[in-house]
Design a protein around this ligand. Structure first.
Ligand code: ATP
Ligand code: MG
Length: 544
């Protein structure tokens, strides 16, 4: 139900092309509008539409400069047309031209966001109105682009800060690991040299020497373990923060999120304040772990930035949690500059910042507000200039038991344990080797290629437990699962997948649909041990 086909504008005569959608049932009225446009120097290209369906089709297939709509049509109306434009999220000048309605309708239309309202027969303002609205739409479009770019650059900047902070945080524990490994190797070398050379005279001397060595070895090993545990926590944090597109909701341990955010902000905090934690007994909250991390990182960095560098002894950033009715309250307080009352109403506005260009984009609190609203949470502020500020976040407590992290299986008491045969499919040879040592005296077979593992299992080799890397060259863990399932579904579903940081969208979807247990890398060794014990225990009960 559209009007006559549009004509191609001729620009030779100096007229400006204008692409117009006319929502109009009366061809004569449409012609009046077009005549006015031509008189105003335009060469209009137009479609005339009479129904919602056609308007939708016309708007979604082509780009237009303006919509000019009659107020009431037999099967359609300007308010309905405008609602559709809003619904389709199109920003285009929308002008109502009507002869029949009163002032109240006009006011109501303008209030709903329609750009202008003209009376039929009083077209003098039409061309001016179109020009003004097109100009303003262009400004709005440009602002949107800038806003998008800023959002992107903010994310990049925060990722940059994160990356720098993380590199720094990983460096120290890594140096501890490397240094201790060096000490251990030297000590072991010297022990075997002494033993080989028979350098110790008596059995007593040998024992004394060995026990001195084992003490220092144990210490080195403990330090290295503790340091790698720190690296593991940092890598875990990074994974939480690097999934911004993931908006799944689950029960989230808010303390763990806060600890991650504090670790991430450590570089900003170090020079400025002591961190004071007072965590209450609170239930899990209902939210998205990555987004919550982003919210608290923003608030903690803001708190840090409110405090000048160099007086960390006299300043604090406090993080407290408590239960408040059905909500979990998290308070981030600082002893910083405070927020002057005159800017308080604007701090949650996008782009509002008091920081110099390059330091703040003014998006931090706007993003917090948006993310919190989406999670049915809210934020309140108390501040006093020269004393400090408190940002209080309220989040709905979770009523479901589902947590984002797979719950740890309790270690089953196993009466008779037998040695377990474990297959490790992992393209990193050193990881395969260390799993062999960790899981001894269980029999560990490490294979670098999933294809080979598949052939051996199909050839009749049997394993109590299969640990398989997810992302591998040639055949991935997913393909391995798929292939194995064709001959032995139960065995395929018993595979334990080891997952590193870079999980593709496909892999994530895969992991959500299969029942398999997942182990995040770096591996949680006690949990791995329990899995092996369970496999051994299960094998004892069923297989004898
Ligand atoms: N804890 C605080 N103490 C004092 N002022 C604050 C605090 N938190 C926010 N503000 C004020 O609110 C403004 C807006 O904060 P917001 O986090 O939205 O942006 P920003 O920190 O300036 O920039 P960024 O986009 O990098 O976060 C800040 O510029 C600052 O003036
Ligand atoms: Mg900020």
């Amino acid at each position: 139900m559209t009007g006559p086909a549009s004509t191609v504008p001729r620009e030779k005569d100096g007229r400006r092309p204008l692409r117009v959608v006319l929502v109009e049932d009366n061809p004569d009225d449409a012609e009046l509008v077009l005549r006015e446009l031509r008189l105003g120097g335009y060469a209009p290209v137009y479609r005339r539409v009479l129904t919602r369906a056609t308007l939708r089709e016309v708007l979604s297939t082509e780009k237009w400069d303006v919509i000019i709509s009659d107020h009431s049509l037999p099967d359609f109306s300007a308010p309905e047309a405008f609602a559709l434009v809003r619904e389709m999220n199109i920003d285009i000048p929308f002008i109502i031209v009507s002869g029949t309605v009163g002032e109240e309708v006009a006011v109501e239309a303008m209030r709903s966001g329609v750009h202008d309202f003209l009376l039929k027969g009083h077209f003098k303002r039409l061309v001016a109105a179109i020009e003004r609205e097109i100009r303003e739409a262009a400004v709005r479009a440009e602002r949107r682009t800038i806003r998008e770019q800023l959002l992107i650059s903010e994310r990049m900047a925060s990722m940059g800060t994160l990356a720098a902070g993380v590199a720094h945080e990983i460096n120290n524990p890594l140096s501890v690991v490397a240094g201790n490994m060096h000490v251990i190797r030297k000590e072991l070398e010297s022990m075997s040299r002494h033993l080989a050379a028979g350098a110790v005279a008596t059995g007593g001397e040998l024992l004394a020497r060995l026990s001195a060595s084992t003490d220092s070895l144990r210490e080195s090993v403990r330090d290295a373990e503790e340091a790698s545990e720190r690296v593991r926590a940092i890598v875990r944090d990074l994974r939480v923060f690097s999934r911004p597109e993931d908006d799944r909701r689950a029960s989230v341990d808010i303390h763990r999120v806060l600890e991650s955010a504090l670790r991430m902000a450590r570089n900003e905090l170090r020079q400025r304040a002591r961190v004071v934690l007072s965590f209450g007994e609170v239930p899990a909250v209902d939210g998205n772990e990555g987004r919550l991390g982003q919210i608290f990182l923003n608030l903690i960095v803001n708190a840090a930035h409110a405090i000048p560098e160099g007086q960390s002894r006299d300043n604090t950033v406090s993080v407290a949690t408590r239960l408040d009715g059905d909500m979990v309250a998290v308070e981030i307080s600082d002893t910083g500059s405070g927020i002057p009352p005159e800017i308080m109403p604007r701090i949650f506005d996008a782009f509002f910042t008091t920081k110099p260009i390059g330091v703040g984009t003014g998006l931090g609190l706007a993003i917090c507000h948006r993310l919190l609203t989406a999670m049915n949470g809210r934020v309140e502020v108390d501040s006093s200039v020269g004393v400090g500020s408190t940002f209080r976040v309220f989040l709905p407590r979770s009523h479901s038991g589902r947590t984002q992290e797979v719950a740890e299986p309790a270690a089953a008491p196993v009466a008779r344990r037998r040695r377990c045969s474990v297959l490790v499919i992992e393209d990193e040879p050193a990881l395969g080797r260390v799993l062999g040592r960790l899981l001894a005296p269980n029999k560990v077979t490490a294979i670098l290629r999933a294809r080979e593992a598949l052939d051996r299992m199909r050839g009749g080799e049997d394993f109590d437990l299969v640990l398989c890397d997810l992302m591998m060259p040639e055949m991935t863990g997913m393909e391995f699962h798929h292939e194995l399932a064709r001959t032995d579904r139960a065995a395929a579903d018993r595979i334990v997948f080891m997952t590193g940081g870079a999980v593709t969208a496909d892999a994530r979807a895969f992991l959500e649909t299969v029942p398999n247990v997942q182990l995040d890398k770096p591996l949680d060794i006690p949990r791995l041990r329990r899995l092996v014990e369970d496999a051994a225990g299960g094998a004892t009960q069923t297989g004898g």
